[in-house]
Design a binder for this molecule. Structure first.
Ligand SMILES: [Zn+2]
Length: 222
């Protein structure tokens, strides 16, 4: 099974990816993780990646494709959940091309969505612990004691880029870069929309029902 999970910042994509991957025993892959792993392996392509990251530049698509292709070949027999990749139409097309070479295809492409005001509210209420990195949200996932980390009692902090202006800019980039993938996945008949309102468990249930339906219909057709 090859599942893609995408959506604007602030919809709780990372959390759902984690829950979904463990529920269905899928390998969760984000392009960020892949890039960091290549760097830590100190492979030939990893050293190229490191140069871009060190300069603070975006890693070009062709290098990302090379890494993804290798990963797909290594994990042909595993179920994979793509988290935040592909993020544009070119990446989506290339992923499909790479999968086709392995006689595979994307099975479901989930887009999580929320009303823009709700996204802004959520991101503005996000806090993190500078000591252990745990992320809280005063709206959806508050700490037990106001303003301090549950784990180590450290005072929680706001990320510099969680300002309304930056959030709106990121949402605009999502609209122009990522949303064009929708019609592509609609054409492939794998696009599914998920409203991300509700608790983490409720959203997981919605997504899981679609995955379960897919698995049932697949086992019938085999
Ligand atoms: Zn902490």
């Amino acid at each position: 099974m090859r599942i893609i999970l995408f959506g604007p910042p602030g919809v709780g994509k990372g959390t759902q990816a984690q829950l979904l991957a463990s529920k269905y025993n899928m390998l969760r892959l984000s392009s960020g993780d892949l890039l960091r792993e290549e760097v830590s392996l100190n492979s030939q392509v990893g050293r190229k990646v490191e140069q871009y990251l060190r300069k603070g530049h975006l890693v070009p698509d062709d290098i990302i494709f090379e890494i993804v292709d290798n990963m797909l070949i290594e994990n042909q027999d595993n179920d994979i959940l793509f988290d935040g990749f592909p993020r544009n139409l070119a990446q989506a097309r290339n992923l499909e091309k790479s999968l086709a070479q392995l006689d595979q295809t994307v099975d479901i492409a989930f887009e999580m969505y929320l009303d823009e005001n709700e996204i802004i509210k959520r991101l503005m209420n996000r806090r993190y612990c500078p000591k252990c990195g745990r992320i809280y949200n005063y709206v959806t996932n508050p700490p037990t004691n106001d303003g301090v980390c549950d784990f180590d009692k450290q005072k929680l902090t706001k990320r510099d880029d969680d300002t309304e202006e930056v959030i709106k800019q990121r949402l605009k980039i999502y609209e122009t870069e990522t949303r064009p993938m929708i019609s592509y996945y609609e054409t492939l008949n794998v696009y599914r929309e998920v409203h991300a309102q509700g608790t983490q468990e409720e959203v997981l249930t919605t997504i899981s029902e679609i995955v379960d339906d897919y698995l049932t219909s697949k086992s019938r057709s085999n």
